[in-house]
Ligand binder design. Structure first.
Ligand code: ADP
Ligand code: MG
Length: 254
């Protein structure tokens, strides 16, 4: 467990205007790969994750899981989707079960949310809510982890610490992972493979293998060479969202 096979996955939207988003995507993700899917806003990254997760079934083509049975999917969506009337801890226990409190608290500490267990989601910043969603996804010990821009609104130092956490989680568990990101450097730091989704063609236009990410230096030479090429392909893309600056209502730090 758990690999994934996509055959000819195609998705068109007709409303508000006809738009071909994904064009005949063929892709295999093997067990234990850490794959980053990189593309600018509107390229169809979230649409592809939703199709893989079974949340969008209005597509052509096939999604097949390899392994026994359906995998346990851990998903962190762009918007954190916490239950608004449950505390952060109870949001985790809702998926993990009430006997998981100790592990849930430990995971909340790992994503630097210790002390926020009893807060309601609305009392936390967007970045904190997304980290809670990450802790929730890890709590179920997923077979396949999907992360949709999980670090986007975090300040630089915190994003760096969260990348280290994702890297050490992957090295420990080798969970098959699909990370959506705008950020090539982030993709290079974490991944065994980078896919580039072209916004114009709705296709994967580059598929680059990288050496497995040990704690990886950004100036690793093999990685730099791949990055150089990919940067040339993507230099016209809009810049990613800027870090969140708002201070949350009841708590500090984004
Ligand atoms: N439910 C929908 N109805 C119509 N258009 C959609 C819908 N979902 C996404 N789109 C369009 O599909 C394109 C890709 O969206 P999305 O997958 O969210 O891109 P990304 O995650 O790469 O930013 C965008 O142009 C978006 O407006
Ligand atoms: Mg998206």
């Amino acid at each position: 467990m758990t690999g994934l096979l996509l055959n000819g996955v195609t998705r068109d939207f007709t409303e508000p205007a006809a738009r071909h988003v994904l064009r005949s995507i063929d892709l295999t993700i093997a067990k234990s790969e850490f794959v980053s899917l990189v593309g600018p806003s509107g390229a169809g990254k979230t649409t592809l994750l939703r199709i893989i997760a079974g949340l969008d079934i209005a597509h052509a083509g096939r999604v097949t899981w390899q392994g026994e049975g359906r995998p346990r999917l851990g998903i962190v969506f762009q918007e954190p989707r916490l239950v608004p009337w449950l505390s952060i801890l109870d949001n985790l226990l809702l998926v993990g079960g009430s006997d998981q409190a100790e592990r849930a608290r430990a995971l909340l500490a790992e994503v630097e949310l210790a002390g926020n267990e009893d807060a309601l989601p609305s009392q936390l910043s967007g970045g904190m809510q997304r980290r809670a969603a990450l802790a929730r996804a890890l709590l179920i010990a997923p077979d396949f982890l999907m992360l949709d821009e999980p670090l986007i609104s975090l300040d630089t130092a915190l994003a760096e610490r969260m990348r280290r956490l994702l890297n050490s989680y992957w090295r420990e568990h080798r969970t098959t992972t699909l990370l959506v990101t705008h950020n090539l450097a982030e993709a290079a730091e974490l991944s065994t493979r980078i896919l580039i989704l072209s916004p114009d063609e709705g296709r994967i236009v580059a598929d680059c293998a990288l050496p497995p990410p040990a704690p990886r230096l950004r100036n690793d030479r093999a990685v730099s060479a791949v990055l150089e090429d990919l940067r040339r392909m993507t230099h016209t893309w809009p810049r990613p969202d800027s870090p969140e600056t708002g201070v949350p209502k009841a708590h500090s730090a984004a």
